[in-house]
Design a protein around this ligand. Structure first.
Ligand code: GAL
Length: 361
């Protein structure tokens, strides 16, 4: 992002120099809007930061600050909004502390404060209809992120032509990629206990989230689609949390011992917890067990590179945050958005983990 901005600024500076040259030679012909150095400089300023946005207020609600992935997301969101011309003091980001009542109070406060746009990562996706009604009634455009409201709710935005949209990725794709990373190893490599099946445990995120539901379902579907027989030893809820992932996998390892061949975690935080449990149990990823997550946190990409985690799936917080900010800007500046703005996941294995790490820097 920073690199893109820098090169854009450099090109605009070059344009400014060219126009400055025209002026000096006495050429009075005008080309577009940028007829003077000042105009070109203004154009450059507009391109890297729209001054009209400086006094606009953005309210952002995050379901919980203590979530590794959403921390990356909100950091990128704030930086990108500032790069587009918003003032830092006009961007307020609230921590819902994983409590819908707390978050609803924060949304009401944002409405009372007259924010120009709201970007909301709901605590409960099932509260979306209530949230939408409140925000639409107040005449404020709304961009949902990360936790997708259901199809009926999205249909209402279209039917009523409301300025409401969702930015996120299709979690089915991330589940499928997790399953494919394991299936690509082949049964011979996976089947340590020789029972002809893939014996696995599933560590789920918050079961209310469609991401947790789809990743759980589609990772296993991908194994079956690849012709592998599966055996679910256990399925437990770790709420996207590293400490819970650690505890649950420690339990599974002591219960199933060497029969546990694959640990699927719905996200990387839980996979990091799982890795600690695997190592504490004296097991070795890649040698007697496999482990996959989703998100591509820096630490996990480093583990994938070392082989201590089998693979992960890049949940592109950069593109999601930038798209959410762009959608907010479109609404503020009188434009419109598609009601669903998607983004692709990317499979991460040893082969490309370094590329993803480079991107995350
Ligand atoms: C998922 C992400 C998880 C967690 C969750 C919160 O997309 O993979 O790590 O952040 O969102 O809703």
């Amino acid at each position: 992002m920073k690199k893109k901005l820098l090169s854009l600024m450099l090109s605009l500076a070059m344009v400014a120099t060219i126009f400055a040259g025209c002026g000096k030679s006495g050429d009075t012909a005008t080309t577009g809007d940028a007829t003077t150095v000042e105009d070109a400089a203004d154009a450059a300023a507009d391109a890297v930061g729209n001054s009209d946005l400086a006094d606009k207020k953005v309210g952002v609600c995050i379901y919980q600050f203590a979530d590794n992935f959403m921390t990356l997301f909100r950091t990128e969101l704030e930086n990108y909004l500032i790069a587009q011309g918003f003032s830092k003091e006009n961007i307020t980001i609230q921590d819902g502390a994983n409590d819908q009542a707390t978050q609803t109070g924060q949304i009401q406060a944002f409405i009372a404060d007259g924010v120009d746009v709201l970007i909301i990562n709901p605590v409960n996706s099932s509260s979306a209809a209530t949230i939408t009604d409140m925000v639409v009634d107040a005449g404020i455009p709304l961009v949902y992120i990360n936790r997708e409201p259901d199809a009926d709710e999205e249909q209402r935005w279209a039917d009523n032509n409301w300025d409401v949209c969702y930015v996120g990725c299709d979690a089915r794709q991330s589940g499928t990629y997790q399953g494919e990373i394991i299936a690509d190893l082949g049964l011979d490599a996976i089947d340590f206990n020789g029972n002809g099946k893939v014996d696995y445990v599933m560590i789920k995120g918050d079961p209310e989230n469609i991401d947790a539901q789809y990743r759980t379902e589609y990772s296993i579907k991908a194994l079956e689609d690849a012709g592998l027989e599966v055996n679910k030893l256990d399925e437990q809820v770790g709420m996207w949390d590293q400490a819970q992932g650690n505890q649950l996998v420690a339990n599974a390892l002591s219960k199933y011992g060497n029969d546990l061949e694959v640990v699927f975690c719905n996200n990387d935080a839980m996979a990091l917890g799982a890795l600690e449990a695997i190592q504490a149990a004296g097991r070795t990823v890649g040698e007697d067990i496999y482990l996959v997550g989703v998100d591509a946190l820096t630490e996990v990409c480093e583990d994938v590179l070392k082989g201590t985690i089998t693979g992960t799936v890049f949940n592109d917080h950069i593109s999601q945050a930038d798209s959410a900010a762009d959608a907010a800007i479109n609404y503020i500046t009188g434009g419109s958005n598609e009601h669903y703005i998607g983004c692709d996941y990317k499979k991460v294995t040893k082969d490309n983990a370094q590329d993803i790490l480079d991107l995350l820097k």
